[in-house]
Design a protein around this ligand. Structure first.
Ligand SMILES: Nc1ncnc2c1ncn2[C@@H]1O[C@H](COP(=O)(O)OP(=O)(O)OP(=O)(O)O)[C@@H](O)[C@H]1O
Ligand SMILES: [Mg+2]
Length: 259
């Protein structure tokens, strides 16, 4: 535990180098671990496509996953603003379902959560260069949403083949969009990583000049109970103090750039 009291309402955006890289895993584990350390943390998924029909309507499975690792005092609607059924990019899911995504509404919902909690972790859909909506030839991208929400970024990546290219492209795109980056979080690191994996992690950090803020294990039999069992070990791999330090510094940068 960091042993220091936190200012209310810190928040950051969790993106990935690709869809399926582990944003939900990281968001869920970080929320649970921050809570174990005494911080009041909640996850927030503004836009979910690929919602699944359940008894009470569409279910945002990312929210269900967060809940399986840590109890959350909210119904799904508070933790997910737009849940759409088609499992496609948000801009297409919105068009297919006649949904009008309003970034102002997302900003409001996030602000309400930030007023009530120490840390709000915001999970994106897919990666950074993902369109959220199209209006009169204008395309509003995930990077635009992050800038409008004035959030710094945590980038989830993996240690396997292809990660150097994907990670550098994601970092460069974020920098071109002037989004401050907190660091990299490597998901699915095997217990006995190959030389290639170890070198991949070293070189993505060195080429991007970003810290690796944690490495989550590759969990065989990927089930909430297996993950919960490994949470203390996951926590030990996280550089929470550095993450929070960089988060506080980034908040100052984003608030100054928006003045
Ligand atoms: N640490 C891990 N160990 C083993 N399997 C994992 C791990 N992390 C993720 N996975 C596998 O990858 C899948 C996708 O992970 P996750 O849902 O976290 O990705 P995501 O980036 O949030 O995807 P999306 O873009 O759909 O939101 C999981 O359902 C699980 O099968
Ligand atoms: Mg997800």
């Amino acid at each position: 535990m960091d042993g220091e009291s936190m200012k209310q309402g810190l928040s950051f955006f969790v993106t990935g180098t690709d869809t399926g890289v582990g944003k939900t895993m990281v968001t869920g584990c970080l929320t649970a671990f921050l809570s174990m350390c005494g911080y009041d943390a909640v996850p927030y998924k503004p836009i979910q496509s690929g919602g699944v029909q359940g008894d009470g309507g569409l279910v945002a499975e990312d929210v269900t996953f967060y809940r399986s690792l840590h109890s959350l005092p909210y119904e799904q609607n508070t933790l997910c603003t737009y849940c759409m059924e088609p499992a496609v990019s948000p801009h297409l899911a919105a068009r297919q379902t006649g949904t009008r995504i309003n970034p102002g509404h997302i900003a409001q919902q996030l602000s309400t959560l930030r007023k009530k909690h120490d840390v709000v972790l915001v999970e994106g859909a897919g990666g950074l260069a993902v369109p959220i909506m199209e209006e009169k030839q204008e395309v509003y991208m995930t990077a635009d949403l992050i800038r409008d929400l004035r959030l710094p970024l945590l980038i989830v990546t993996h240690p396997g083949l292809g990660t150097i290219n994907h990670t550098i492209l994601t970092v460069e795109y974020a920098r071109a969009c002037r989004i401050p980056i907190l660091g990299l979080l490597v998901n699915r690191m095997p217990d006995n990583p190959s030389e290639m994996m170890q070198d991949n992690v070293r070189i993505i950090s060195s080429l991007t000049n970003l810290p690796v803020l944690g490495m989550l294990p590759d969990i065989t039999d990927f089930k909430p109970e297996r993950i919960r069992e490994r949470l203390p070990e996951i926590g030990r791999s996280l550089r929470l103090t550095l993450l929070l330090e960089r988060l506080r510094r980034a908040e100052i940068i984003v608030s100054q750039s928006s003045q």
